[in-house]
Write a protein that binds this ligand. Sequence first.
Ligand SMILES: [Zn+2]
Length: 66
Amino acid sequence: MGDVIVYDVVCGMKTAKGNWTSSTEYGGKTYYFCCDGCKGAFEKSPEYHLSNFAEDYPGVDPTPEG
Ligand SMILES: [Zn+2]
């Protein structure tokens, strides 16, 4: 399923999973980023960015499996 839409929880960009170039593992899930800058910001303070994302996009799973 290359067309699964995933979010960059740092900047809010979204695109098909296959388009992302940066990713990292956190809490047993894989998160995707538009660039290494966003990836680095997430790795510094993942909970901060995850809670921000949850506020901006209520009910949205940024990294749906599939
Ligand atoms: Zn980004």
